[in-house]
Ligand binder design. Sequence first.
Ligand SMILES: Nc1ncnc2c1ncn2[C@@H]1O[C@H](COP(=O)(O)OP(=O)(O)O)[C@@H](O)[C@H]1O
Ligand SMILES: [Mg+2]
Length: 380
Amino acid sequence: MQRFNKPTDLHLEKLILTQFKNYAGQTLELSERLNCFTGLNGMGKTNLLDAVYYLCLSKSRFGLADAHLCRQGEDFFRLEGHFRWQQKPVKIVAKVQPRKRKVLENNDVAYSTLSEHIGLFPVVFIGPDDTQMITEGSEERRRFIDNTLSQTDPLYLRQLMTYNQVLQQRNAALKQLAEQRRFDQALISVYDAQLAPAGRYIHQKRREFVAEFAPIMQATYNKICGSRETVSCSYRSALEQRPLEELLTQSIEKDRILQRTTEGVHRDDLELLIHDLPVKRFGSQGQLKSFVLALKLAQYDFLEKQKSMRPILLLDDIFDKLDAERVSSLLQLLHHGDFGQVFITDTDEHRVENIIREFDADYRRYRIENGSAHLQNAIA
Ligand SMILES: Nc1ncnc2c1ncn2[C@@H]1O[C@H](COP(=O)(O)OP(=O)(O)O)[C@@H](O)[C@H]1O
Ligand SMILES: [Mg+2]
């Protein structure tokens, strides 16, 4: 409790949405501790969290193209966030017109590249579809690692962008050469030479990350379940055996046949284990949910350590699908944990009242109705 009342080094004081998703125009004054959005399904609760996420990472949490974020029938949107960051006010404005270059301003000065902004305001989003990290293919798990490292290491983000861009070019070349029924080793070698250093950096950072992250996750899992189950995550990459240059050379025949690059860090995976068995196949539903929560809350811890700042925590509808026991241990964690600013959405007014009572801290509570927010409490 006393830790929770430590001043937050990062929080959003005010959020202004213009033509964003189902919001025509909305201003919200926020609590630096706890913000709750209640309302029926489809009213726009998650959209508010996505707006906060967008201001932190300059993209939607849901991988939506900017065009889909403009309110239907509109051709632009604007988000304005008044943050307080290490006691200083910082105003972030996103001005987005889908067919034009998007503009992101920090205290009225536009960034020359958006990546300069990433990581300034660390953020963790926990939502119901996080279980995809366990149930779906490796892409979701790489996304999780990349999302984390992009927020802590600007060079990682740049190397990742380079890697993905060159990979696309290499794949396009493989396809085109196959269609022309010829091969051009010199061209492919140019791409390989660019992929190698980026891939090496990404591999090294992912490996360091997983080594540091795994014990944090184990500890978080135990806090959620109060159990002594052994959970772990381990990094799987072909680059653990051989450098990328060699992998690319070795697999060129296969790449030519399949017309895409079959080896590289874009095939890496994070193996998630419970008692040394894959959670996906051997975990119960309950273990699966606890596992995902542990991954996300451990991400929070990791970011906090790396940034020396508590991230903004966005909790989207997560109490709904959990059983009472997990809801209660999660509330305990939120209550005693060292969190900064927290946002919660929930359809259940009653549960939100309980959460507010448990928190026993400054809060704001809004009811959301069809793209407008109504403050339910007066701030003390
Ligand atoms: N670009 C958009 N323009 C207008 N409405 C949108 C847009 N994108 C999403 N919506 C609307 O937002 C609503 C969903 O909001 P959401 O925040 O997910 O609701 P909740 O979390 O409260 O269930 C839906 O009614 C959907 O039609
Ligand atoms: Mg929602």
